[in-house]
Design a protein around this ligand. Structure first.
Ligand code: PEP
Ligand code: MN
Length: 334
């Protein structure tokens, strides 16, 4: 349950009531609102709290997630880093290679995506690969190449944390920390990235429900991080024509249930570059607040996900169509 305090009021009596009732609670300031999150529901003395002078509202969101729910925050949350803005009418595009493979590859790709109008650069430095014999990423030195690309182009960088070991370095060097599909329910990692206060890009696990994604967002938010971007990237189904089944309905459903911005990754469900543009445009039409797209200066040479990465030229064409679509829908790119 979420207890919204009146501004300037002390939380101490509210905390006292919760302790006496045997509830657990966490004090937070999110979006300039003073909150106390309390659980389990049966231990929260809702009536006493509702009538307390320091309390503005006591909200129980339906479902197991609370902080990511629209139930207590009906307005859209806007998340921004560098020049990228997601949500609240803004659409931004994150683009770059699946993996940061060399200094030259990162810089060359960054220059191209910047020129095409991307708002942020992606590039995996620690890669979650299905096979242990596949390329695993260059680690810290790849992060240096990403930081150099930011210096040169001004694009903020989005880099995935594969484990809690990566978090201190990413906190120091990345502008947004990505949690990959395979780690969506790695709760120590969710808590660790939440503690950094950095914007977090949280991808839906390919075997997870929409509500489970929102519960994972709550893990991050409970550490005081309000800047969470949700990402639909395809789920496992019986269909084998695509790498994953792109769950387009997840976008409007997430927008309805949550105040957080929702973006889409058309590259991983496509698995094939010819499908990336239609999935990307469909996601924007369905209300996505942004995209994360894999682009490589030389896709045929890529060390991971070679078939789905767009060339700079293909990305530029996608950007032109995306911009037209976004404007036609009454939203804007920063
Ligand atoms: C990625 O974006 O680099 C990635 C590994 O994607 P996902 O976690 O969605 O598989
Ligand atoms: Mn990839």
């Amino acid at each position: 349950m979420i207890i919204v305090l009146r501004s300037g009021e002390s939380a101490s009596e509210v905390e006292g009531l919760l302790s006496d009732a045997g509830a657990e609670y966490r004090r937070l300031v999110l979006y300039d609102r003073d909150l106390v999150v309390a659980w389990p529901e049966r231990s929260v003395p809702a009536e006493k709290l509702t009538n307390h002078p320091a309390v503005e509202a006591v909200v129980k969101a339906p479902g197991a997630y609370q902080l990511s729910s629209r139930a207590w925050k009906p307005d859209d949350t806007k998340v921004s880093f560098g020049g990228a803005v997601f949500g609240g009418g803004y659409v931004s595009i994150i683009a770059g290679p699946c993996s940061a493979e060399s200094r030259e590859q990162v810089l060359e790709t960054a220059r191209h995506v910047k020129k095409a109008g991307a708002h942020a650069l992606r590039g995996g430095c620690w890669k979650p690969r299905t096979s242990p014999y596949s390329f695993q990423g260059w680690g810290p030195k790849a992060l240096e190449w990403m930081a150099e690309a930011r210096e040169e182009t001004g694009l903020p960088i989005v880099v995935e944390a594969l484990s809690t070991d990566n978090v201190p370095l990413l906190e120091a060097k990345a502008d947004c920390i990505q949690i990959g599909a395979r780690n969506m329910q790695n709760t120590p990692l969710l808590r660790a990235v939440g503690k950094t206060g950095k914007p977090v890009l949280l991808k839906r696990g390919f075997g997870n429900t929409i509500d489970e994604l929102l519960c994972s967002a709550d893990y991050v938010m409970l550490e005081g991080c309000g800047s969470v971007i949700l990402c639909e990237r395809g789920i496992r189904s019986y269909e084998r024509s695509t790498r994953f089944t792109f769950d387009i309905s997840a976008i409007p459903v997430l927008k309805k249930k949550s105040h957080l911005p929702v973006i889409a990754d058309p590259s991983h469900p496509a698995g094939d570059k010819s499908l990336v543009e239609p999935l990307a445009l469909a996601a924007l039409a369905a209300g996505a607040d942004g995209l994360i797209v894999e682009v490589h200066a030389w896709p045929e040479k890529a060390l991971s996900d070679s078939k789905q990465q767009l060339t700079p030229r293909e990305f530029q064409e996608l950007m032109e169509k995306a911009r037209l679509l976004v404007e036609a829908l009454g939203r804007r790119m920063p």
